[in-house]
Design a protein around this ligand. Structure first.
Ligand code: GDP
Length: 442
């Protein structure tokens, strides 16, 4: 599980420029989902030989009218709580402001590793001016120019010194209970579901900030199956602002999803499934997790027509991962929770499932003889055989004489066939196409 670096700072110091610069070529937009990959404020990236997740906390809600959301203190507190390292961006060309002092004060009281940078040090003169920032009482300020790419090597070296080692996540074993992350917007009903599953007494731990250790996992049983609910501290920890900030659910989700096999994405059916839910879904799907959507609070929808309409809207908003099953639930009355957890259990099985090569090939021989890949660009691509290269999540490899000549529509067809034949309903299924000439030995 890669460490999470949160970028904080006042508006206009250049946080997003720095975010984009650091994300750089590491920013792999795997999926092309219009409206979802836009406004992206987190990125999986690779710097100084390490996998990292970068989050631009200031990038969320930039147009918000809510002073709390604009407030830097909130951003910084969030970063201190959720991130492994805080990257604090200051302005090299300005004397320290009151907001800077407040920020540095908060950061110094925390125990999080912090790297301070003076951005906009575009030239030697600005770099010299940045020395004024030492008045803030920090040990080191790295002068950089995010715009012109100056000082980035020094910044990376400073980060490399403080980034903690990667947290090892055991591969899921067959007999261990599946690890489940409860993800969703604030107020979707995550804690209610968790309380329902855990039984009220045990989960009523105190809500005071800072008293719960991060990432506490709890074992629960439901319908005869055991599950480990990961990062329950994050579920219990209530946001001070009720409406909550998107950055918070994103950072929490990144951490929880990283430790899970199955994600239960809780959505509020009464409020309606919307873009922020779709962004969380994208985050989970990109991380290759099995996903079950809990369309929660259906008790508030009285008529069947209302419920159907809510589900239809959810299917539309969540079309990016069309395969993810949607289960109607009420964490208040308990309706649908049996179904939700049965579905989560099946999802965990699919996540770990390995299809024997013999079975795959018997199946594909038939598919390929009745529906061979169509001729494309004058070539007739052939698929020789398919193997499952990985589980958790399932990844298949198809050997072909001309992988580049296989159309996307045919690739989608292959994924659909795999899903149908081998029952992969709640997991992302990936097929990689590799070149192999006919004469090469297998
Ligand atoms: P979280 O922020 O996702 O953990 O959401 P909570 O579990 O704290 O729920 C937010 C609010 O919605 C609380 O007032 C819950 O009582 C309420 N709530 C949660 N689930 C349901 C549900 O299924 N039906 C109804 N009517 N209310 C719910």
């Amino acid at each position: 599980m890669p460490p999470l670096i949160a970028i904080v700072g006042r508006p206009n110091v250049g946080k997003s420029t720095l975010f984009n610069r650091l994300a750089g070529k590491g920013l792999a937009i795997v999926h092309d989902a219009p409206g979802v990959t836009r406004d992206r404020h987190y990125a999986d990236t690779h710097l100084f030989g390490r996998d990292l997740v970068l989050v631009d906390t200031g990038g969320f809600d930039p147009d918000s009218d809510d002073p709390m959301q604009q407030g830097i203190a909130r951003q910084v507190e969030l970063a201190i709580r959720e991130a492994d390292v805080v990257l604090c961006v200051l302005d090299a060309t300005l004397a320290p402001t009151a907001a800077d002092r407040e920020t540095v004060g908060l950061l110094r009281r925390s125990e999080k590793p912090v790297v301070y940078v003076a951005n906009k040090a575009d030239n030697p003169r600005a770099e010299l001016e940045s020395n004024e920032l030492y008045a803030l009482g920090v040990e080191r300020v790295v002068p950089i120019s995010a715009l012109h790419g100056r000082g980035l090597a020094e910044l990376e070296a400073a980060l490399a010194k403080v980034v903690p080692p990667e947290e090892a996540i055991e591969p899921p074993s067959d007999d261990a209970p599946p690890r489940v992350a409860l993800v969703g917007r604030p107020n979707a009903g995550k804690s209610s579901l968790f309380n329902w599953l855990a039984g009220s007494a045990r989960s009523l731990v105190d809500h005071r900030p800072g008293t719960t250790r991060d990432a506490i996992d709890q074992r629960v049983e439901h319908g005869g199956h055991a599950f480990t609910i990961v990062d329950t501290a994050g579920i219990r920890r209530k946001s001070r602002v009720d409406r909550g900030v998107e950055a918070e659910s994103v950072m929490r989700s990144i951490k929880a999803v990283g430790r899970a096999d199955v994600v239960i994405l809780m959505c509020d059916a009464a409020e309606g499934v919307a873009e922020q839910d779709a962004r969380l879904l994208t985050l989970c799907a990109e991380r290759g997790r099995a996903i079950v959507v809990g369309l929660n609070k259906v008790d508030l929808l009285r008529t069947r027509k209302e419920r159907d309409a809510a589900e239809e809207r959810a299917r539309d908003e969540l079309r990016f991962a069309r395969w993810a099953p949607i289960v109607r639930t009420s964490a208040k009355t308990g309706e649908g929770i049996d179904d939700l957890m049965q579905t989560a259990w099946r999802a965990a099985e699919e996540y770990r499932r390995r299809v024997p090569t013999g079975e795959l090939n018997r199946f594909f021989e038939q598919v390929l003889s009745t529906h061979p890949p169509p001729t494309h660009g004058g070539r007739a691509p052939r698929i020789y055989y398919v193997t499952q290269a990985e589980t958790s999540p399932p990844v298949f490899v198809a050997m072909s004489n001309a992988p580049e000549s296989i159309k996307d529509s045919y690739k989608r067809f292959v994924v659909g066939q795999l899903r149908k034949a081998f029952g992969f309903e709640s997991v992302p299924v990936m097929v990689r196409y590799r070149r192999k000439s006919r004469r090469e030995p297998g």
